[in-house]
Every structure is written in structure tokens, then in C-alpha cells.
Design a protein around this ligand. Structure first.
Ligand code: KG4
Ligand code: ZN
Length: 348
């Protein structure tokens, strides 16, 4: 089955064609980073308007790149939530309309299901069941995944998501938006021995996360030590050392919770996805932890860690193949728990 996937939940327009026989045929992405940069974060209305401008040209581009005719598309998949409602509605409206015009079924995909299935686009895909650590800008979740639509949330963030914590901390350090990659780059220059920041909630049982205290701790450390520092180089080094300590604390906290999830579920495969899974220190720390417990870790390729159309085309294809599709009317679900999903074609 050849499926066209559309992702417009936040600040990237992603479109891709996935073919269940031949794999990923084409993938195109337009990032809105430049559009939102001057505001220091995503402006929802600007995001929606930009998706309106970019989605159809990207659809044409992936058809051309894949050498696929419109008439060969057998299904449409679009992100139906969670995300920014206006942005979601653009993808849903376009996805639904194309499906209607081309007389093929369409399916609304859960954005986090897209992320958690993204490593399945790789050469050595994980087999079910596995534990998934989903670390994006809006969510931090540990999920037991028994199959498509069979999700049990083991833990989640009680406040800021991991990516949000990176972005807010980056802002404190006067780095641009999105802050995660910039903070990671700065942390490379940092001295890992200068500070040790707290690992939030690791001394309590359970697998929930909380990152807002760590963000405040980082802010207080910065304010306290920055006062009176006039030398530019010294200030730069302080920022880098703080970035490093913050990054180590987040990576370590996530690794500790993953270890717990693997132990409690008795599973030996860990999938890590979402924007923050591009972070090299996190990958290093998780690989180290998995090594100690004879577990295998699976990641998407770097460009599929952050939002993209390929993961939506893939997830949608699995559901369409199982016979699931939506009636003509469409909507978007800005707040949507993974556990509300059902197994395609089965009892949820
Ligand atoms: O999954 P994603 O593209 O969008 C959401 O669904 O939210 O994740 C975006 C998040 C942002 O917070 C961004 O700063 C973070 O992922 N991120 C990173 C890195 N690359 C992206 N955080 C840390 N290190 C990175 N290398
Ligand atoms: Zn995402």
C-alpha cells in the first residue's frame, strides 16, 4: 500500500510517501524555525498560516521525488493530534480533501504514535513488545508498547517536557529558539566536573518525571555565579559548564527511569524517539545503561527524531492496512492521551 503522510502539528511541515512493499519513497520537510525565531518560540497563528502555504507544494514535491502518480496513492495519513489546533486543522483539512478527491481512505494519526514507530523505518527495526521513551518538546513519556495501538503509559512528566526544559534553559543562557540543539552544542565546551545538578525524582519510586525544578536550579546557579563576572570568556565558560551540567542531569534522569521501566516490565528492547532523542549525550548514556542490562536500544535516524512526515505516513499505513479509516468529517484533537488509542482492527 502506498500512503501519503502529512505532519503539521507544530512548527514543521512534513510530507512523505511510505510504501509497505518498498519502504520510504520520498520525504520532504519545511521548518518554520526562521519564522518563529524572532519571537523566541512558536506563534500558533503564524504556524497555521505557514502550513497553509507549504503543505501542497510539499505534496507535489514528494510525488515528483518518488516518481509516484497521484492515482497510485492508496491512502492518506495526517496528524490529528496532539498539537496546536489551528496547525493540526490545516493538515487534517488537506489530508481529508486529497483523500476525497482521490477516492482513497484517510486516517488521523496520533503524533506520539508516529514518533514511537519512527525507528521502524530503519534497517534493523525493533520487534514488539518494547519500552518506548518519548522525549519531545511537548511530551515526556515512558510507554510499554505491546503492538500498534497497545500502549500502557508507565510514566510521564508532571510539568515541563524534556524538550521544553532544554528550550527554557537555553533561553536562560541567551541561546536562540529552538534551544535544544544550541544548548547541546554549548555543553560540548563545558567542563563536566565543575557542577553536579540534581537528578529530579530519582529517589522516589515510579517512572514519572519532573523537570521544572531542575530548570529553576539552573536559573539560580546562573544568577548567583554570573553576578559580578565581567570577563566575556569567563562568562562564556560558566554558561558552557552550566549547559553541560544541565544536559548530564537530564540524560542521567531519563536513563535511570528507562532502567526502571526495563526492569519492571521485564522487556529488553528500548525505543527512544522524539526531538530530544537526537541528543548525543542522552544516546551515549542510554546505550551505556542498556549495555549493563543486556538491552538493545533503537533510535530513529537523526532527521526523524524531530517532527517529520515519514513517521506519520508509516504509522498511518499500518492502521490503513489493518482496515482503519475515518469517516468523511474530520477534526483535530489538541489534547490526546496515547492510552485512548485502540488496536487497529482489534479490541483495544
Ligand atoms: O519531537 P519534536 O520535533 O517536536 C515535538 O513534538 O515537540 O521535538 C522538539 C524538541 C525541542 O524542544 C528541541 O529543543 C528538542 O526537541 N531537541 C533537542 C535536540 N534536538 C531537538 N534537545 C536536545 N538535544 C538535541 N540535540
Ligand atoms: Zn513531535
Amino acid at each position: 500500500m502506498i500512503v501519503l503522510g502529512i505532519e503539521t502539528s507544530c512548527d514543521e511541515t512534513g510530507v512523505a510517501i511510505y510504501d509497505s512493499e518498498r519502504g520510504l519513497r520520498a520525504d520532504a520537510l519545511h521548518s518554520q524555525v526562521d519564522l518563529h525565531a524572532e519571537y523566541g518560540g512558536v506563534v500558533p497563528e503564524l504556524a497555521s498560516r505557514d502550513h497553509v502555504r507549504k503543505t501542497l507544494p510539499l505534496v507535489q514535491r514528494v510525488l515528483d521525488d518518488a516518481g509516484v502518480e497521484k492515482s497510485e496513492i492508496q491512502g492518506l495519513a495526517y496528524t490529528a493530534g496532539p498539537g496546536l489546533v489551528g496547525a493540526l486543522l490545516v493538515g487534517a483539512a488537506i489530508g481529508r480533501s486529497l483523500a476525497y478527491a482521490w477516492a482513497v481512505p484517510a486516517v488521523g494519526v496520533h503524533h506520539m504514535e508516529g514518533h514511537l514507530l519512527a525507528p521502524m523505518l530503519e534497517v534493523d527495526p525493533p520487534a514488539f513488545p518494547f519500552v518506548a521513551l518519548l522525549v519531545s518538546g511537548g511530551h515526556t513519556l515512558l510507554v510499554q508498547v505491546d503492538g500498534i495501538g497497545q500502549y500502557r503509559v508507565l510514566g510521564e512528566s508532571l510539568d515541563d517536557a524534556a524538550g521544553e526544559a532544554f528550550d527554557k534553559t537555553a533561553k536562560l543562557l541567551s541561546l536562540g529558539y529552538p534551544g535544544g540543539p544550541a544548548l547541546a552544542a554549548l555543553a560540548e565546551q563545558g567542563d563536566p566536573k565543575r557542577f553536579r545538578f540534581p537528578r529530579p525524582m530519582v529517589d522516589r519510586p515510579g517512572m514519572d518525571f519532573s523537570f521544572s525544578g531542575l530548570k529553576t536550579f539552573t536559573m539560580n546557579t546562573l544568577r548567583e555565579l554570573e553576578t559580578g563576572v565581567t570577563d566575556q570568556a569567563e562568562r562564556g565558560q560558566l554558561h558552557a559548564d552550566i549547559a553541560r551540567a544541565f544536559e548530564e542531569a537530564v540524560a542521567d534522569t531519563l536513563a535511570i527511569k528507562c532502567r526502571r521501566a526495563l526492569q519492571e516490565t521485564g522487556l529488553s528492547r528500548l525505543v527512544v524517539a522524539g526531538g530530544v532523542s537526537a541528543n548525543q549525550r542522552l544516546r551515549h548514556r542510554l546505550n551505556e545503561e542498556a549495555g549493563k542490562h543486556a538491552a538493545q536500544v533503537f533510535y530513529p535516524r537523526l532527521e526523524f527524531c524531530t517532527d517529520n512526515g515519514a513517521m506519520i505516513a508509516f504509522a498511518g499505513c499500518q492502521r490503513l492496512l489493518a482496515g482503519q479509516h475515518e469517516p468523511l468529517g474530520f477534526g483535530a484533537t489538541p489534547r490526546w492521551s496515547l492510552e485512548e488509542l485502540e488496536q487497529p482492527g482489534g479490541q483495544g
